[in-house]
Design a protein around this ligand. Structure first.
Ligand SMILES: *Cc1c(COP(=O)(O)O)cnc(C)c1O
Length: 384
């Protein structure tokens, strides 16, 4: 995109594109029907999303945070329980654990994959541990097979935070299908986004799906019959209809994300193999995290830079918008002050270095080349 000031590359663009006509028709349909909560659109979307995720059940809820919290509650996890999760994520991952009444315990991340490290998870497991909650961060699946084996060995529930990983697979297995449940967000910026808030829980367990359906609607078994303390967290009909209009595009959008990520990788090839090496205490001027699974869906494209803030300024001066995901490790948030102290040096380091480059299906290859050139020029300058 060009304007009078030269080229600009925005971090994201939430304007409708090829889905605009279908979304307008879907919204019209809902308005004309006059049925706005828990109706045919939510039911149809649940079936369509479950099929897309290769899972037997999907339950539409109000947002991704509630999807996580209701998955935990539905499995009976709450007060007195600990849930092992990642220090590097949207803080909502850990807030959802608190919302369910349980305590988050943080296991440090793997320096390459940026998701919880199996060894750190083993070390974090104690007598109160009830579940593992890995986050498939930036669209790259966590080390699911090893983590699931740990969960099984310790008799723990396995709940995947798939909020950044729609259609991702881990060693060929779709995320959100391996354990007890997967939690998805349809926040507008996610790979599949609504025009407002939305979320879903995926599971192959019919009993769990039925319980979450009840919990999301005030714990009602029948109208006005509240058999347990539920919440109000429903995917409304307008959002469900919008998601139905968009879901058929998700495969193509994911392919576009992967193609653009491939462009970044080949343009930044000299930086590709120089992963952050904590043991040697050498931080390269720029590092591109490796793609450890072809099932990566590139919700974001982060790089790590020794002089991250300078890189962000350098790019901003060239009209390139970037964001930091995430500037503060979750255990260092004030909201976590009452939790067990966490020692997560890798997450601390990553939060100081990480920077997300623009990546969304509306970008052109030319945009990506332009960004990559600006990044490479900076890296060259700082390694000199
Ligand atoms: C977006 C997100 C959430 C929260 O989803 P909401 O729909 O915003 O509640 C949780 N975890 C991760 C990793 C996310 O990216």
């Amino acid at each position: 995109m060009k304007n009078g000031l030269g080229r600009r590359v925005s971090f994201m663009d939430l304007h409708l594109r090829e889905d605009a006509g279908d979304i307008a028709a879907a919204m019209r349909r809902v308005v004309d029907r006059g049925w706005f909560i828990l109706g045919p659109e939510c039911e149809a979307f649940e079936a369509e999303f479950a099929a897309a995720c290769h899972v037997s059940h999907a339950v539409g809820v109000g947002n991704g945070t509630d999807a996580l919290a209701l998955a935990l509650k539905g499995l009976g996890i709450g007060a007195g329980d600990e849930v092992v999760t990642s220090p590097l994520s949207a803080a909502f991952s850990a807030l959802a654990i608190q919302l369910a009444g349980a305590r988050p315990v943080f296991a440090d991340i793997d320096p390459d994959r940026l998701t919880i490290a199996p060894d750190a998870v083993e070390a974090a497991i104690g007598l109160q541990t009830a579940a593992l909650l890995p986050v498939h961060l930036y669209g790259q699946p966590a080390d699911n097979m090893r983590l699931k084996a740990i969960a099984d060995r310790h008799g723990l529930a396995f709940i995947e935070d798939c909020c950044q990983a729609h259609l991702a697979t881990c060693e060929g297995v779709p995320v959100g299908t391996l354990g007890h449940a997967g939690a998805f967000s349809f926040y507008p910026t996610k790979n599949l986004g609504a025009l407002g808030d939305g979320g879903a829980v995926t599971t192959n367990d019919a009993v769990l799906a039925a319980r979450i359906r009840r919990l999301r609607n005030g714990g009602q078994s029948d109208k006005y019959k509240h058999v347990e303390p539920g919440v109000n967290s429903r995917l409304d009909e307008l959002q469900a209809s919008i998601l139905r209009a968009r879901l058929p595009h998700l495969r193509a959008w994911t392919d576009q994300r992967r193609a653009l990520a491939g462009r970044y990788r080949s343009a930044l090839v000299n930086q590709r193999d120089s992963a952050l090496d904590m043991s040697k205490r050498t931080v390269p001027s720029l590092a591109v995290p490796p793609e450890l699974d072809r099932g990566h869906v590139y919700h974001l494209f982060p790089v790590r830079a020794r002089a991250r803030d300078e890189l962000q300024r350098h790019l901003a001066q060239r009209g390139i918008e970037t964001l930091i995901h995430y500037p503060i490790p979750i255990p260092r948030q004030l909201a976590m002050a009452a939790e067990r102290p966490a020692v997560c040096p890798v997450a601390d380091e990553v939060c100081d270095r990480i920077l997300s480059l623009p990546l969304h299906p509306g970008l052109t290859e030319g945009d990506v080349e332009f960004v990559a050139e600006a990044v490479a020029a900076f890296a060259h300058q700082w390694s000199a």
